[in-house]
Design a protein around this ligand. Structure first.
Ligand SMILES: [Zn+2]
Length: 617
């Protein structure tokens, strides 16, 4: 019998194809599950399940070790779309307290790659985030019924005090921009928003870990891939210790209740910020978890702008708190000696120009000029400096003058470790040449001598001036974070920045600020806190409507422990709000408590309401 060679040949061919197919699958399997090089490329396939391990975020403490911010558990609901089958949507919705419409919208948005570029039906996708244990409990019990759904344990923040919301900031879900800017982040991750939560994000967040699990053909988890070779343990975030004294912060927030303004206190030697108050403020608890979005919108719409951190974003005329910086500049430039006297007849008069002042002995030298806050004295000083022949032209004089202001911390951002700091304004020659077409002199711009006119400063800059005077010639860039556990602080917050003005000139200005308390505009400070040698300077800044009340000071005079600035919008004379608030704050910080009389005064100040509606301004 002749063999059917054609049939044999076909059989061989069919066999060959089958062998090839098997080979191809083997090769594919090799690349999928064996080849380590290609693991990353195939990590999104259905053979693997990557489970993220979230690290605990660093805690935040105050300067005395009081816990301010810590973590509480929260739960995210995740879904692997490919694994979902026979889902009872209504049952799932009721156990998560959502409507079927919300379910449908969430699933659609998840699949929209513009919103969710990391979408893959084989990997875990975020379904809902930041549920409390309570919100999640029913769902968790029924989890076995919802194939493809998982519960991921996370942590969100919790606050020990209703205080310091602006300084602390908060955390929220990453934006698309965050994800694009740093490949550490994935959709659904949390990131610090504002405050130290934002500026120390990289220290606080730690490092995510991952478990790489292997599935079988039915999608069931078989165990760790390569015995956990590709697993990474999460690294916890670093704890922060702030320079903030939470009791001082609480008192400051109480004193500014029902008012718009700011208080900033600094430890002069180190530049550590002892309190950072911006009023009105808000309860940091509003920013926790799922309610954050809704509450954030509510605060954003509030006309009093509680989200604005006025301590470093509010720019104000410093008024008379600026005078010590002028005195120091005139002394250093040899424009005046401390014994130089200027006349004041209820103000500065030159031709038709008048800058008013109040009643006090005249003529007078520098120290009583600071103590009584004489406008005339500093106007004469600036007029003399801007007309001095050694500079040639007022344009050159203002350049020298501006350099002194900048060296004392004005006109530029100081570099505080918080986002959003404003630089204020110190005008230069070009500014006035443009405004006055080149024709101007000391008289034209005389109001800058008393911290008015174009001059703008933040409360942080005014507090920093006070620290600079307390230190007799240098400051350390103000900063909120005193220590990072396991990492060094930025060297910027260790360096001394010298102003270039001689120490002896500071001693004259310090004497003037001391005289303001013993017999000048800050006498109230000596009455409230008689046992401490306080140095102070009031400020009353003219405003379109009601004047702003300001105070700058430090204590004690020798070896100062605290330097402070108080700014109360529409508060009137500096002596009315600035001095008592500033002094009570010093008392709290130095004595760790208030005397009964001071407590009564604090309660009374706290109850006073000074809000004006916009039409009055
Ligand atoms: Zn005067």
């Amino acid at each position: 019998m002749a063999k059917d060679y054609r049939f044999e040949k076909r059989k061989f061919m069919v066999g060959g194809i089958a062998v090839s197919i098997v080979l191809i699958y083997l090769v594919r399997l090799f690349f999928l599950q064996i080849s380590t090089d290609d693991y990353k490329k195939n990590a999104d396939s259905n053979a693997f399940l990557k489970k993220i391990q979230y690290p605990s975020r660093g805690a935040i403490y105050d300067r005395y070790g009081k816990l301010l911010v810590f973590n509480q558990p929260a739960y995210d609901i995740k879904v692997v779309p490919r694994e979902v089958e026979n889902l009872d949507t209504l049952d799932l919705c009721s156990s998560l307290y959502i409507t079927p419409e919300q379910f449908k919208r969430t699933m659609e948005e998840m699949k929209d790659r513009r919103r969710n570029p990391g979408y893959s039906k084989y990997t875990e996708q975020l379904f809902m985030s930041q549920l409390s244990a309570e919100e999640c409990s029913v769902f968790q019990e029924k989890l076995f019924k919802f194939r493809g759904f998982y519960v991921q344990r996370r942590t969100i923040r919790q606050y020990a005090y209703n205080a310091a919301a602006h300084a602390l900031g908060d955390i929220g879900e990453v934006s698309q921009k965050d994800i694009e800017g740093d490949n550490y982040y994935m959709g659904g991750d949390y990131i610090g928003k504002l405050g130290v939560e934002s500026s120390y994000e990289k220290h606080l967040r730690g490092e995510k870990g991952v478990e790489v699990l292997l599935r079988d053909a039915h999608g069931r988890i078989q165990g760790h891939y390569m015995d956990g070779k590709y697993d990474r343990r999460a690294v916890p975030g670093r704890d922060l210790t702030l320079g903030l004294d939470v009791d001082l912060q609480l008192l400051g927030e109480r004193l500014l209740k029902n008012k718009i303004g700011s208080i900033v206190a600094i430890e002069p030697e180190t530049g550590e910020i002892l309190c950072l108050i911006s009023s009105p403020n808000y309860d940091p608890h509003l920013m926790i978890g799922r309610q954050r979005g809704k509450n954030h919108v509510m605060l954003q719409r509030d006309k009093q702008k509680p989200l604005l951190n006025r301590a470093l974003m509010g720019v104000y005329p410093p008024g008379s708190t600026f005078k010590p910086a002028q005195g120091l500049t005139f002394l250093q430039e040899g424009i005046i000696q401390s014994s130089t006297t200027f006349p004041c007849s209820h103000g500065f008069h030159y031709g038709r120009l008048t800058v008013g002042c109040h009643a006090h002995p005249s003529p007078l030298p520098l120290i009583p000029a600071i103590a009584t806050s004489c406008n005339s004295y500093f106007c004469w000083g600036l007029f003399r400096m801007f007309g001095d022949k050694k500079y040639g032209r007022p344009q050159n004089a203002i350049t020298v003058w501006k350099d002194h202001m900048v060296a004392q911390g004005f006109g530029y951002k100081l570099g505080v470790d918080l986002p959003g700091e404003k630089r204020g304004l110190i005008p230069n020659a070009q500014y006035y040449d443009k405004a006055y077409r080149g024709h101007w002199n000391g008289l034209t711009v005389i109001s800058i001598a008393i911290g008015q006119g174009e001059i703008l400063a933040t409360p942080l800059q005014i507090a920093n001036l006070s620290a600079t005077i307390a230190n007799r010639g240098y400051f350390t860039t103000p900063h909120l974070v005193k220590a990072i556990k396991g990492a060094p602080l930025d060297s910027l917050y260790r360096a001394k920045r010298w102003t270039g003005i001689d120490r002896k000139h500071y001693e004259d200005v310090v004497a003037g600020m001391r005289a303001a308390v013993t017999g000048g505009t800050c006498r109230m400070a000596g009455i409230i806190l008689p046992g401490v040698e306080i140095c102070g300077k009031t400020g009353t800044a003219q405003n379109r409507g009601h004047d702003h009340s300001a105070f700058m000071g430090f204590a004690p005079m020798h070896k100062p422990k605290i330097a402070i600035a108080v700014y109360v919008e529409n508060g009137g004379f500096g002596a009315v709000y600035g001095v008592p608030i500033g002094t009570l704050m010093m008392e709290q910080y130095l004595n760790k408590k208030l005397s009964p009389a001071s407590e009564t005064m604090a309660e009374e100040l706290s109850n006073r309401v000074i809000f004006y509606d916009d039409s009055e301004r």
